[in-house]
Design a protein around this ligand. Structure first.
Ligand SMILES: *[C@@H]1O[C@H](CO)[C@@H](O)[C@H](O)[C@H]1NC(C)=O
Ligand SMILES: *[C@@H]1O[C@H](CO)[C@@H](O)[C@H](O)[C@H]1NC(C)=O
Ligand SMILES: *[C@@H]1O[C@H](CO)[C@@H](O)[C@H](O)[C@H]1NC(C)=O
Ligand SMILES: *[C@@H]1O[C@H](CO)[C@@H](O)[C@H](O)[C@H]1NC(C)=O
Ligand SMILES: *[C@@H]1O[C@H](CO)[C@@H](O)[C@H](O)[C@H]1NC(C)=O
Ligand SMILES: *[C@@H]1O[C@H](CO)[C@@H](O)[C@H](O)[C@H]1NC(C)=O
Ligand SMILES: *[C@@H]1O[C@H](CO)[C@@H](O)[C@H](O)[C@H]1NC(C)=O
Ligand SMILES: *[C@@H]1O[C@H](CO)[C@@H](O)[C@H](O)[C@H]1NC(C)=O
Ligand SMILES: *[C@@H]1O[C@H](CO)[C@@H](O)[C@H](O)[C@H]1NC(C)=O
Ligand SMILES: *[C@@H]1O[C@H](CO)[C@@H](O)[C@H](O)[C@H]1NC(C)=O
Ligand SMILES: *[C@@H]1O[C@H](CO)[C@@H](O)[C@H](O)[C@H]1NC(C)=O
Ligand SMILES: *[C@@H]1O[C@H](CO)[C@@H](O)[C@H](O)[C@H]1NC(C)=O
Length: 406
């Protein structure tokens, strides 16, 4: 293990840099050689409680003036610990294998007792959030460079990293001249504008996934009864992992169905290896609607994403009918998770003989919007016909009368 000596470089040069809050730090090893270098900007947004059911959100930036005590450089692991203000800290853990190194985690610790930042906070605790930004596959002996924003959201904290230059495991005591550029910088100039039909600020799904297979799901009160709840749809889930949007399709053949029908509420739970989703429908005796969604996605890599929304009122239709929406529908569950449904039909209450009752179509579905133009078209055609007939009758009469005149 090394005992390292630490150095903080203050950017006293250049007035223009004062505005941009660039934080530049260098960490020296015991041999007094540079072993870790960082030059970056971080914006924080923290929501904290200021009273019963009341919260405030404060925005601040990683200051230029930070300490690096607690930073360490070892053979295959390194820690960059930046301390600032009243016991706040921002800690980056690096690991290295033979050819590349990466950031394993960033732990941001903030002290709610610091009233100069967290005014009127009801708590005086110190809290921590851990994120795993996608800073991977950085070539050994190169520096990582990323001008694009890298947004990390966890719980009540949002961290935005940008204009990042980072090098860990510096060899020979000097920063490398070669960089490893992040994917976002490489693609940001070629990203096409999004063309989603829906108006929500939903993450745009990657176009590579095929349309999900339509599944048929039903719940029966017991083994000998026919269904009391029926649903058919194809389901895609879009969720944020760091600043990236991933999409995943539910595969009906690999999905387990469970649930229960009640008088006022019915539940449908679909479970696959990677997705668990519970739909809760409620019934106010005249109409039903989808009231709550609880979605858990376990992606192949990274942490599980959980989204719960208990305040929905979509898929509404009269009790005794079903709700149908053939076109792709986008449902924003939370700002990190969005559902896309395809060829949807649901009836959560009062299913008889295992068949859907007549459907109420979604407002913006094609059938609804076609009726008006068709009606107008037919009316116009009839009008034209009447005018034509009137014209010919009139002409014939005129001709008749003109013959009499001759
Ligand atoms: C850190 O190392 C650099 C050379 O790598 C040296 O110029 C600098 O003086 C060192 N800083 C301290 C505080 O020892
Ligand atoms: C970070 O915060 C500063 C000051 O509040 C602001 O000027 C800047 O635009 C923010 N940057 C990003 C990427 O949000
Ligand atoms: C706080 O919110 C909870 C749940 O939303 C509610 O039950 C409670 O009455 C609220 N308390 C106050 C003081 O508003
Ligand atoms: C930076 O921090 C040190 C101690 O942490 C303090 O003495 C110094 O005045 C600070 N400089 C600025 C410009 O804030
Ligand atoms: C770390 O690297 C140095 C020099 O490269 C080597 O002498 C030392 O044995 C290594 N230590 C470990 C624990 O691998
Ligand atoms: C790294 O190199 C060592 C020997 O040089 C080898 O034994 C090890 O398998 C390599 N590890 C990786 C992840 O390539
Ligand atoms: C919070 O800060 C006050 C001074 O501002 C100090 O007296 C108190 O001990 C601190 N409490 C905790 C839990 O750190
Ligand atoms: C803090 O609380 C006081 C009194 O309750 C209020 O006047 C002040 O505006 C609050 N400050 C903030 C930043 O919310
Ligand atoms: C702050 O922490 C102390 C214990 O460290 C506790 O006694 C006190 O009630 C706390 N104050 C607030 C406002 O939470
Ligand atoms: C289901 O039907 C079988 C025969 O068809 C009968 O033996 C059994 O008791 C029934 N179970 C229930 C719960 O009604
Ligand atoms: C549906 O789930 C909700 C929440 O878990 C629960 O309160 C409700 O009782 C369930 N309804 C039925 C019919 O099981
Ligand atoms: C959501 O589902 C998960 C796992 O299925 C469960 O642990 C959690 O309590 C549920 N949350 C709510 C608010 O129902």
């Amino acid at each position: 293990m090394f005992w390292c000596a630490f150095v903080v470089l203050f950017l006293a040069l250049g007035n223009e840099l004062h505005l941009s809050h660039t934080t530049e730090v260098s960490v020296n090893s015991t041999e007094n050689k540079l072993c870790l270098y960082a030059n970056l900007m971080v914006n924080f947004s923290v929501t904290y409680e200021v009273g019963v059911n009341k919260s405030e959100t404060v925005l601040f930036v990683l200051p230029e003036n930070v300490t690096t005590e607690g930073s360490t450089c070892k053979n295959t692991t390194s820690t960059l610990k930046l301390g600032f203000g009243d016991w706040h800290s921002w800690v980056v853990e690096f690991t290295k294998d033979n050819k590349t190194y990466q950031v394993d985690s960033i732990v941001f610790t903030y002290n709610l007792n610091d009233s100069s930042v967290f005014t009127n906070s009801t708590s005086n605790e110190t809290k921590s959030v851990t994120t795993k930004p996608r800073i991977t596959n950085v070539g050994v002996d190169t520096y990582y460079s990323c001008k694009s924003e890298n947004v990390q959201r966890v719980e009540s904290v949002t961290q935005t990293l940008y204009d990042v230059t980072l090098q860990a495991f510096v060899t020979n005591g000097s920063k490398s001249d070669t960089d490893t550029v992040c994917a976002a910088d490489l693609t940001s100039t070629t990203v096409a504008p999004t063309t989603t039909v829906t108006t929500t600020a939903a993450p745009t799904s990657t176009p590579t996934l095929p349309t999900p297979t339509t599944g048929n799901y039903s719940i029966a009160p017991d083994f000998n009864s026919t269904a009391c709840l029926m649903a058919t749809f194809g389901l895609r889930i879009g969720f944020k992992q760091g600043d990236k949007v991933e999409t995943i399709n539910l595969v009906p053949s690999a999905t387990n169905v469970s649930g229960a029908c009640g008088v006022n509420s019915s539940n449908l739970t679909l479970t696959s290896d990677t997705i668990k989703i519970m739909f809760t429908f409620s019934n106010d005796s005249k109409k039903f609607h989808l009231h709550a969604l609880n979605v858990t996605v376990k992606p192949a890599t990274g942490a599980a994403v959980v989204a719960v929304n208990t305040n929905m009122s979509i898929w509404a239709a009269a009790v005794g009918s079903s709700y149908m929406c053939n076109k792709e529908q986008t449902l924003t569950v939370t700002d990190t998770l969005t559902l896309y449904t395809f060829k949807l039909r649901v009836q959560p209450f009062g299913v008889e003989k295992g068949e859907f009752a007549t459907a109420e179509d979604c407002r913006d579905d094609t059938t609804g919007s076609w009726i008006v133009p068709i009606a107008v078209g037919v009316a116009l055609a009839v009008l034209v016909l009447i005018v034509l007939i009137a014209y010919f009758i009139g002409r014939k009469r005129n001709q008749g009368s003109s013959y009499e005149h001759f």
